[in-house]
Write a protein that binds this ligand. Structure first.
Ligand SMILES: [Zn+2]
Length: 303
């Protein structure tokens, strides 16, 4: 019973009783007024209760109803860091050289700086810097030189146990993705390293049709089953699925924004890698994307 006329009438009833009483009107008059007001109030309240039951449930025209599961469980993130916006153009107060908001020391003059943002340290590839080039070898004979344009810091999320009411929270692990020129992306996740060279925007329909059934099967086996699916003429083996939040975005060219929360599927076909990034529709900060590229070793990445 909220935002309703019912309260107005109920209070009017109480007020009428007090009013008549204080004016010493004959008792039958105030009893009639009060009963009248209470009856309207009660019927308003009843009407509203009924409308509350009638409105919300609208079954989706086709397909099964949405079942509460780990996939729909809430995500709980520490509040302090996710809302930081990184200034684009910072200068060293001593010498005026360009610095990064995370720098503790000026690379040009060596003076100590108080970092503007205390970003967590990624598990790997901490030495790669925006604005420098990196050489990545893959596919036995390919050796490509890339300019690092941007850096995304991922927060790994997990659920203590599977279920719709178990929130997803940070594991404490952070991994990095590097935006490279030539539309490439270098990604580390746990002990895996990927150079991704092909990118495709996906729709929810694409994901539900091509990848979700296999991902569900993999999830239900606690990620132990050998689950394969066909895509683009190849058989892909699911390696990992999970959730992430984007902790920070630095530099330029990033395909995700800070605070984006998504799910991923990592699959492989030999040395080939396929990565799905899936975001809830309704603007959680990212475009559903399929990446294709290669699984490489950390030693294939040269700063
Ligand atoms: Zn300086």
């Amino acid at each position: 019973m909220k935002n309703s006329n019912a309260w107005v009438f109920l209070f009017a009833g109480i007020f009428a009783m007090w009013f008549c009483f204080s004016l010493r009107l004959p008792p039958f008059i105030f009893i009639i007024i009060a009963i009248f007001a209470f009856m309207i109030g009660a019927s308003e309240a009843k009407a509203e209760q009924q409308s509350q039951y009638e409105v919300p449930y609208k079954p989706y025209p086709s397909g099964p109803p949405v079942v509460a599961s780990a996939a729909t469980a809430p995500v709980e993130l520490p509040e302090h860091k996710m809302s930081v916006s990184v200034p684009a153009d910072l200068k060293c107060p001593s010498c005026g050289a360009s610095i990064k908001p995370t720098d503790t020391k000026c690379a040009f003059c060596g003076s100590s700086l108080r970092p503007l943002i205390d970003l967590p340290q990624p598990a790997n590839l901490a030495s790669l810097e925006i604005g420098t080039t990196t050489r990545v070898s893959y596919e036995q004979f390919t050796d490509a030189q890339y300019l690092i344009r941007g850096r995304l810091l991922y927060t790994e999320l997990w659920q203590a146990s599977r279920g719709a009411d178990v929130p997803w929270t940070p594991t404490g692990n952070h991994f990095t993705g590097f935006v490279l020129d030539q539309d490439a992306y270098l990604l580390n996740w746990q002990s895996r390293f990927y150079i991704l060279t092909k990118r495709l925007a996906l729709s929810d329909t694409d994901i539900n049709r091509d990848f979700l059934p296999s991902a569900k099967q993999f999830a239900q086996s606690n990620q132990t089953a050998n689950v394969e699916f066909s895509y683009s003429g190849l058989r892909w083996h699911i390696v990992d699925i999970g959730r992430f939040a984007i902790e920070s975005v630095e530099g330029e060219g990033a395909h995700l924004s800070q605070g984006a929360i998504g799910r991923f599927i990592h699959a492989s076909s030999g040395d080939l890698a396929l990565i799905i990034e899936d975001f809830q529709s309704g603007g959680s900060g990212g475009q559903d994307t399929l990446w294709q590229g290669y699984l490489i070793k950390e030693s294939n990445i040269h700063s």
